[in-house]
Design a binder for this molecule. Structure first.
Ligand SMILES: [Zn+2]
Length: 236
């Protein structure tokens, strides 16, 4: 009887010790990364896709330009991430593209300029903001692309896709999966990079949502939550 009583006490003490240790490490990790974020140690490049004469894809119903949407969502996201303490660098800040003149080879010059800005920023991650288009008008939702060559890029894509799926679920849209792809923005630098396709301009319901500033803010909110989820996972 006495022996089992001692064993029970020992079990409680051991459990308490491991729980306290686990909590302690959890708190330290969390506190460490919150401190790092607050001191602006994490830098994020936001790349609003297209711009200038390159409007990207166009809304099927309203003719809404992808380049305008990308910029608007990027600005909401910049505010969100800046408020959280991240150091945010933008590639495209205005409606204009990043080429000098829209003469032959402008698209290549535009992409090269984005790469140079990313390399100069030396960020912890790069989010390139875009809108999707698919021949079948029924496809909906957000979709995140990553490079197969980057494990961190994939982890970031998973964290972001989860948040976009949660947001679109509120509109009854079924979950999509993150996808690998071979795109210039994913491979032009060594930094973990993803392309965030915020919705489908080929679908009239997505197009209606994407026009709304409220939805754009919600998207920014979800993307920021995905970024936090990614850093949280990396710190764990
Ligand atoms: Zn695009």
């Amino acid at each position: 009887m006495k022996r089992s009583w001692i064993a029970a006490i020992a079990a409680v003490v051991v459990t308490a010790f491991f729980t306290a240790t686990a909590l302690c490490f959890g708190v330290l990790n969390g506190a460490a990364w919150v401190a790092a974020v607050e001191s602006g140690q994490f830098r994020i490049v936001l790349d609003a896709g297209h711009g200038g004469v390159d409007g990207g894809v166009v809304g099927r119903t309203t003719g809404l330009k992808e380049s305008d949407l990308n910029l608007s969502i990027t600005h909401f996201l910049k505010d969100e991430l800046t408020d959280m303490g991240f150091d945010v660098v933008l590639t495209r800040k205005t409606e204009a593209g990043l080429y000098d003149t829209a003469t032959k080879g402008f698209k290549k010059r535009d992409m090269q300029r984005r790469k140079e800005l990313i390399e100069a920023a030396k960020p912890d991650l790069v989010l390139s903001i875009h809108q999707n288009f698919y021949p079948s008008g029924s496809v909906r939702g957000g979709q995140v692309f990553y490079s197969k060559k980057s494990e961190d890029g994939k982890a970031l894509a998973i964290a972001l896709q989860r948040q976009l799926n949660e947001l679109y679920a509120t509109e009854g849209v079924k979950a999509r999966a993150e996808k690998s792809g071979e795109y210039y923005m994913l491979e032009c630098s060594v930094y973990p990079s993803v392309i965030v396709e915020c919705g489908f301009l080929s679908n009239s319901a997505d197009e209606r949502l994407l026009q709304s500033k409220t939805w754009q803010k919600k998207l920014a909110n979800s993307i920021a939550a995905g970024v936090v989820g990614y850093f949280d996972g990396a710190a764990a």
